[in-house]
Ligand binder design. Structure first.
Ligand code: SAM
Length: 272
């Protein structure tokens, strides 16, 4: 599974967050506000991707602090390192590493961030335990994951459904996952040793210029796997049907607005 996830994000990396849609950075900034990043903090961004949280955190921690981004995808890390260099940052580094089993020194971070990554971990509870061990006493964990999909996209999901293996659908709907509900998260975080656990669910309006932009965007991140599951000979037909469905959702100005639910969770490692 890890190799498949790394390869999927290698393939997504070039266009990730680069098709003109405000998505991952919006949620990452909200997460930083919830978790409360301060000047001088030592931050680990687990599953950093192209750095939506990493770059915002680097700005906040300043020269006294530091941000370490880790990701399974070598290409994501390569591009994030290039951006760190391009910005001339001396307080940020990025490395290829498994966020679930990070080979990093215990109790050496003030904040661990896991933005839109937990649903890719084979054993999310193990990830929570590992992040607890990496935090210094009093340190904070901030996690985001997606909540319910916009119900108006149900007909688009139906178009892909015949091509998606049932095991994958089941995994996405798994009600016992620590991230399937705020209650599950709170329980899993407490079991991993955290206290002061709190969760907030927010709904963000994500605007697409037109249906074509939604299609380009859906190829630019993990969702591309659904397009890739469609055999080549059916892709044009699927694309045509998806565009027709999205056309029905156009606002008066021609844009489409997707209501994306995001769960934000913050937890603290006890101070002693
Ligand atoms: C949806 S992206 C989110 C990236 C970034 N945090 C953001 O908010 O834009 C998920 C990222 O998690 C990474 N990932 C998935 N499983 C991982 C694991 N076990 N360890 C480290 N990174 C992982 C993927 O390679 C991908 O870059």
């Amino acid at each position: 599974m890890r190799a498949a996830v790394a390869a999927l994000f290698d393939r997504s990396s070039e266009n990730y967050d680069a098709v003109g849609v405000d998505f991952f950075p919006v949620f990452a900034k909200q997460l930083l506000a919830d978790v409360g990043i301060e000047s001088g903090d030592r931050v680990l961004d687990a599953g950093c991707g192209r750095g939506a949280a990493l770059f915002a955190a680097a700005e906040r921690v300043g020269d006294e602090g530091s941000v370490t981004g880790i990701d399974l995808s070598p290409r994501m890390i390569e591009l994030t390192e290039q951006e760190i260099d391009r910005r001339g940052l001396t307080n940020a580094v990025a490395a290829v590493m498994d966020a679930q089993e990070p080979a990093l020194p215990a109790a050496s971070y003030d904040v661990v961030l896991a933005a839109a990554v937990v649903f890719f971990l084979p054993d999310p509870a193990a990830g929570l335990r590992a992040w607890h061990a990496l935090l210094a006493p009093g340190g904070r964990l901030g996690v985001t994951c997606f909540g319910a999909n916009d119900p108006r996209w149900g007909r688009v999901e139906e178009i892909f459904r015949p091509f998606v293996p049932p095991s994958m659908i089941w995994a996405m709907l798994n009600p016992s996952s620590p991230f399937a509900s705020t209650e599950n998260f709170a329980r899993a975080a407490v079991e991993a040793g955290f206290d002061e656990v709190s969760s907030t669910t927010r709904t963000h309006d994500v605007t697409f210029r037109d249906p074509e932009q939604w299609v380009r965007w859906s190829w630019s991140h993990g969702q591309r796997v659904f397009w890739e599951l469609v055999p080549g000979e059916h892709r044009d037909e699927v694309r045509r049907r998806v565009l027709a469905e999205l056309d029905r959702l156009r606002e008066p100005g021609g844009t489409i607005v997707m209501r994306q639910q995001v769960r934000y969770a913050v937890a603290r490692r006890a101070a002693s």
